[in-house]
Design a protein around this ligand. Sequence first.
Ligand code: TTP
Ligand code: MG
Ligand code: MG
Length: 349
Amino acid sequence: MANRIILHLDMDYFFAQVEERENPHFKGRPVIVGATPKNGKGRGVVSTANYEARKYGIKSAMPISQAWYLCPHAVFLPANIRLYSEVSERIMQIVRKYSSFVEQVSLDEAYLDLSHLASFQKAKVLAENLKKEIFQKEQLTSTCGIGPNKMIAKIACRKAKPNGLLVIHPREIEQFLEPLDIEEIPGIGPKTAEFLKKVLGKTSLRVHDLKRLKKEELINLFGVVGERIYERVRGIDTTSIITQEQVKSIGKEHTFESDTRDSKLIFSVFKTLLREVYRELKTGKFLFRTITVICRFQGFETHTKSKTLPKPLQDKTLLFKEATRLLLQFLLESSKPVRLVGVRLKIGS
Ligand code: TTP
Ligand code: MG
Ligand code: MG
């Protein structure tokens, strides 16, 4: 794990930038991709906005009605996911030429393990070339962050946006992280931040302030998450890059607060798990071959049932149908209260 070099690549205002490229006359105007605004009465949210629109305070996940209120003269467009996926696929093909250790985390984002270069300077040159090639082939700008681990690379990338490149050398970590607001650390969300502010009696908290808390104190407050926070504020992140080849299965499970036979609850939780698993499958562009459903009854008695398909697929309807059928079998075979349900897909090609 010593001396790693990780690059994080993220496309700038991805959906909106692709739209600008397809419609050059939008350039210079605020562009918002998302739900239909319907003169401010529309429901749904903003997927993303270009930097002109961001000047008006528009952000991803904001209600589209609010975006309309803030900037009614913007160009509002529905998301054309098929187009963005095609562009993404071509970008990721370019990315894969630069490293064989690539983890794609979303349509517009990937981590590359460049440790084999053994030089941050070489990694920087590689990033410049990667950005250049993406721009030449797709006329799209991107941003890269480079650091000794995924967390530092990701924060560096965010700081360098748009169309930037920032390298954080191991010796610069402390100086880089300490002035940041604690919410800029991946894994510290608004709720955790609020709680920490209360604990420390402060209205705003920087990474530097959090270092006052001992590991034991953080563990007492947040359990295992506390230990992660302790490490993250010190720039430690040992998670490695997971390439497509390394992912052998995708799974999710849920333990009920109390054991239950409420079939409505059981199936609704199960559907959420299926949706999450399917999302991961799609993001990673994986095919599944075997579906395994896990059911733990009261008393920790755990059973699994599996279904193997004749060939690997990425079929959502089939996944939902087969997985639900397997779960139903469990519930028909036993009348015991259910403690946990889960689903696991074996990836196969
Ligand atoms: P991001 O990389 O988070 O954002 P971005 O590329 O639009 O802008 P930035 O320059 O800050 O990277 O997300 C990539 C795409 O994913 C984005 O263009 C639209 C989509 N998306 C949503 O649909 N909803 C969301 O809430 C977010 C965050 C992104
Ligand atoms: Mg992006
Ligand atoms: Mg992204």
